[in-house]
Each structure stands twice: as structure tokens, then as C-alpha cells.
Design a protein around this ligand. Structure first.
Ligand code: ZN
Length: 223
């Protein structure tokens, strides 16, 4: 049950970043601290939203630290100013980083029809696969907006692991991955506690119940 962290942009958010995404940008020095700790702890790192800091800031720092991460990219943003371009995505993949879908248009899947979810996910996977020339399977849920209907649709689509924003530890065979989302105002000691936390059976049960309330049907969560 190693923790999985959810990060977004690094540094000061530029003016074009929507208000809803700004509180999730992390100072570069905080990311450096996370990497230093990740070298000694079993932790998974993921980045959502396709900000150009994925390639410009995170990639060189991850390489330097000898670590890898997963990057989930909304395909409509590819190549737009401030976001990763096709060459960036190939550079991330060439450096053994996982590339996954974050949908096409960065919309809340809980608020659209099954068909619209299928279109949004399939289009983004097709786009990323065309860029990389290889299969893309992982999917991160935009805004963490997922419930049992969304999960059923993603299952039917044959998605690989689904990365949620439900916090807490995962069972080892999880298909639905829980992630601890980091925010700008989170003090470094609190982040360090997330990385070093030894989960107990009680933590596992509480995390199970929290996830079940929003996305019940626990048979869906397993690989
Ligand atoms: Zn997002």
C-alpha cells in the first residue's frame, strides 16, 4: 500500500491557468523535497493537466533524481501555449515516464452522458497513441469527478488503471487507484507525513468506506 501523490503544475501558475487549477500548483523547492524523499520511500508520483512544467521542470528533476512518474494529459490542450506539445510528450515517454489520458476536454464526467464520456476518453487515447505510436491505457479522472456510473463506463471501454482523487491507501491489485492530491498551501511536514505514513488496517477500512460512499460496487475497483 504505497502512497500515490497527485501533482499538477510546478512553480508560480502563469496567468492563463484557470482559477480552479491554481491552488494545486506546487513551488519547485517543495517538489525537490518530495523527490529527495521519494528516493528513500516507496511512493508513486502522478501529474494531471498537461502543463508545460511537466516537461520543462518535472522531467529534468525526475531524471536527475533517477525517478519516474505518470503524466495524464487532456488532449485538447496539447500544443497550446503553456501546455505540453507532441515533442514534450514523446520526450517524457522516451524517459520511461508513463503517459495516460486525462480526457480530451477536461470536463466533469459525472455531469455528462455515458456516450459523452466514451467520446471524451476514446478521442484522447487515440490522440496520445497517434503521438506515441504505442498503446495508452491509464486514465486519470478530471476533477476527481467519478462515481460508479463513470467507473462502469471506463471499465467497458477497457481502460487500464483508473487514477482517482479518492485519498488513502490502495489494495495491491487496485484498478481504481486512490491518490493524495497536493495543494499549494500544504505545509512540507504534512506532505512528508503522507510519504512516510505507514497505513494500518483501520486506514484501509476508512479509505474503503470513503470510496464506497461515492463509487460503491467494490468489485469494480479491482484489477
Ligand atoms: Zn485535471
Amino acid at each position: 500500500m504505497s502512497p500515490c501523490l497527485l501533482l499538477h503544475g510546478l512553480g508560480e501558475p502563469p496567468a492563463h491557468i484557470p482559477d480552479a487549477e491554481r491552488p494545486y500548483w506546487l513551488p519547485v523547492e517543495v517538489f525537490a523535497r518530495i523527490l529527495a524523499m521519494a528516493q528513500h520511500h516507496d511512493v508513486r508520483l502522478t501529474f494531471d493537466d498537461g502543463n508545460d512544467t511537466d516537461a520543462r521542470v518535472a522531467l529534468p528533476m525526475l531524471r536527475e533524481a533517477g525517478l519516474t512518474a505518470s503524466f495524464f494529459i487532456p488532449s485538447d490542450r496539447i500544443g497550446r501555449p503553456g501546455y505540453v506539445g507532441e515533442a514534450d510528450i514523446r520526450a517524457l515517454s522516451d524517459a520511461s515516464m508513463e503517459i495516460g489520458s486525462h480526457g480530451r476536454a477536461h470536463i466533469r464526467w459525472t455531469e455528462v452522458s455515458d456516450d459523452a464520456i466514451v467520446d471524451d476518453v476514446s478521442a484522447s487515447i487515440d490522440n496520445l497513441q497517434a503521438i506515441l505510436g504505442e498503446r495508452v491505457r491509464g486514465v486519470a479522472v478530471p476533477f476527481g469527478a467519478c462515481d460508479r456510473r463513470v467507473l462502469r463506463v471506463l471499465r467497458r471501454l477497457g481502460a487500464g488503471r483508473v487514477y482517482s482523487s479518492f485519498a488513502g491507501p490502495d489494495p495491491a491489485d487496485a484498478w481504481l487507484v486512490r491518490r493524495d492530491c497536493l495543494t499549494t498551501d500544504m505545509p512540507v511536514p504534512a506532505i512528508e507525513r503522507l510519504l512516510t505514513k505507514k497505513y494500518t488496517a483501520v486506514d484501509g477500512t476508512l479509505s474503503f468506506l470513503r470510496t464506497w460512499r461515492r463509487a460503491g460496487e467494490a468489485s469494480l475497483w479491482r484489477a
